[in-house]
Design a binder for this molecule. Sequence first.
Ligand code: G6P
Length: 368
Amino acid sequence: EQIKKGHYDHFMQKEIHEQPHSLTTTMRGRLKDHGVLLGGLKEHMKTIRHSRRIVLIGCGTSYNAALAVRPFLEELSSIPVTMELASDLLDRQGPIYREDTAVFVSQSGETADTLLALDYALENGAMCVGITNTVGSTLARKTHCGVHVNAGCEIGVASTKAYTSQIVAMAMMALAIGDDRISTKARRESIIYGLSDLPNKVREVLKLDSEMKALAESLIDAQSLLVFGRGYNYATALEGALKVKEVALMHSEGMLAGEMKHGPLALVDETLPIIVIATHDACFSKQQSVIQQLHARKGRLIVMCSKGASSSVCPSEFCRAIEVPQVIDCLQPVVNIIPLQLLAYHLTVLRGFDVDQPRNLAKSVTTQ
Ligand code: G6P
């Protein structure tokens, strides 16, 4: 086991640091100058493009990866995209139609709720697409077509490298679906360029490791942690908070910043740490106003911003900044989650909990 961990203390730590490599393998042989090559979708692409709706379905981190991709899948496909947590779709027996494309996202390809939702969508005649990291898994076998994530085997119960590779696999799927539209050609080409440079940017953001350890030291006794995001980075807020609660066993909530005034603002005081994700994109000015409002209520602020922006984004010297390299807006979630993965990791070690086998959790939940 020690050999497999190399010079790392834990699998989660190794898998976080492996991401420049795992992202490269996810993209290997699939990126072309003017498009992407996804053999697994080719035969069914016409049906997918003609679907009335795309429904993204998963649990836990896989759901969050799908949520991160939703905005630009909508943008590139011009097809309405809705989100379903697998268990909730089953509880409601929500409507799934023959004209739908249902995309199932699962690292293991064996999560019971996701597989039951797949059976349900197949019964209802939807086109079913699988996004999985496990070749030969039940999900891979039962779906009509799909994209293998190729992140390599993930051992830590808390998913890290599979999350970023799932986003990239679905980003390539979005590019492939939108491939026939002339109006978005330039946009697609910039995303392809962004993808090819992503492993470098991830390598760069991993250098924040010791900074995140220092941040973890300052948060070690906190009772709770809030993470605010919106737009492309709403998913980053949910996933960052999920990592902290899963492994560091600290209460943590990811929230849509647009909902702040509708409840969460009541929690704000000098003690509760709040991470606000405010990297540069179309939502930036709205996030600036969120920061101002939290500052006015004496919130304990930690701001994630684009490199070089901390002096203009931080409202006071007491506000801590996490500066990350900027990439094209729709891929920014891949970069932004990494400091939060590192934070969750260091918080867990400092608080003395089991990193790779968190209390009460399983890598793959194969029962309902
Ligand atoms: C479990 C794991 C999570 C994972 C979720 C979905 O809860 O602890 O890390 O995100 O299952 O798993 P899947 O294999 O379907 O992605």
